[in-house]
Ligand binder design. Structure first.
Ligand SMILES: Nc1ncnc2c1ncn2[C@@H]1O[C@H](COP(=O)(O)OP(=O)(O)OP(=O)(O)O)[C@@H](O)[C@H]1O
Ligand SMILES: [Mg+2]
Length: 298
């Protein structure tokens, strides 16, 4: 009989390679039950990736699709709050950990649901700064792998993945789910565009097909009179940015203060304000994503 790594003296009999292989197999078999995996990304922080993710999830779920959301932001998780599931505890069984259940039965997995306390930050400890960096990257990648392999997602039509700013989680998830596609998000600013451009190149290198570019916070809807005004001077540049990146422009979402309030309250904006300009823009984006994936329009 051939020797397993776990039989070799020195690894304490823990069979690390066997465990990693089994986890990889679990991940692949779970992903096989999920038809579409769509990551929302930017590279730039604070442009509305999480808000877009949960509203797309709500639109798709309201059309009868089975939807899950993976919060891939390990250090700054926001999805559980935005979908109002922070207080749920996650039952663990033989086959893995059950995701939280949000509005319209949207399934949610987030670091926020795993941390023991309301205010607990994620802190990676290591003797030197360099070690911290390496340790942190390794643990983050491990956490993402576990979220994908050990969450009982069941059968889903869509798994939306809310990526944090920065490249590391993106490259980890892209390697774990090679069939994943992406939606790029920017705001109308040259600074954001500079970073989005780098991230688009990264997506090409990681072979993640992009549906297109979403321009968020284009204009401001006055809550009193309902009129649209400019919020950024670069408003309208999204078309040019998309053309330069070689991406379809998926639409512009106006700034609507009710959208921010809805993320704080944990009720997706589109469920209450679907007929607003921002709600309609979000629906059009969902339609374009479905079209890209060959799904019928809702
Ligand atoms: N179109 C919009 N109108 C009003 N508020 C918005 C809009 N888009 C996003 N917001 C709000 O802006 C804030 C930042 O958005 P969000 O957290 O989704 O950004 P992010 O790109 O995910 O940030 P991070 O990089 O930190 O993950 C949130 O409070 C959100 O509700
Ligand atoms: Mg976010």
């Amino acid at each position: 009989m051939s020797k397993k790594y776990g039989d070799i003296a020195g690894d304490g009999g823990s069979d690390i390679i066997g465990q990693v292989t089994a986890q990889g197999e679990r991940l692949r078999s779970r992903m096989a039950f999920i038809r579409h995996k769509v990551a929302v990304m930017s590279g730039k922080g604070g442009v509305g990736k999480s808000a877009l993710t949960i509203n797309l999830a709500a639109i798709l779920a309201s059309q009868g699709y089975r939807v899950g959301v993976l919060d891939a932001d390990i250090n700054g998780p926001a999805v559980a709050k935005m979908l109002g599931v922070r207080m749920q505890s996650l039952p663990t069984g033989e086959s893995g950990i059950a995701p939280a259940s949000g509005p319209l039965n949207i399934k949610v997995m987030s670091m926020d649901l795993i941390l023991p306390g309301e205010k607990t930050p994620v802190v990676w400890d290591a003797p030197t700064q360099r070690d911290t960096f390496i340790w942190r990257g390794t643990i983050e990648a491990g956490a993402l792998r576990e979220f994908l392999a050990d969450t009982v997602w069941g059968e889903l039509d869509f798994l939306l993945i809310d990526l944090p700013p920065g490249p590391y989680s993106f490259s980890t998830v892209a390697q774990l789910i090679p069939e994943m596609i992406g939606i790029m998000v920017t705001i109308p600013s040259e600074v954001a565009y500079l970073i989005v451009r780098k991230f688009t190149v990264l997506a090409q290198e990681l072979k993640t097909p992009l549906v297109g570019l979403v321009e968020n916070m284009v204009g401001y809807v006055c809550p009193h009179c309902g009129k649209l005004g400019d919020l950024f001077y670069a408003a309208g540049n999204g078309e040019r940015m998309a053309a330069e990146l070689g991406l379809p422009h998926l639409g512009g979402i106006p700034f609507d203060p009710r959208l921010q309030v809805s993320t704080d309250w944990g009720v997706p904006f589109v469920l209450e304000h679907g007929d607003s300009p921002a709600g309609k823009a979000l629906s059009h984006i969902a339609d374009k994503v479905k079209l890209f994936l060959g799904e019928g329009l809702g």
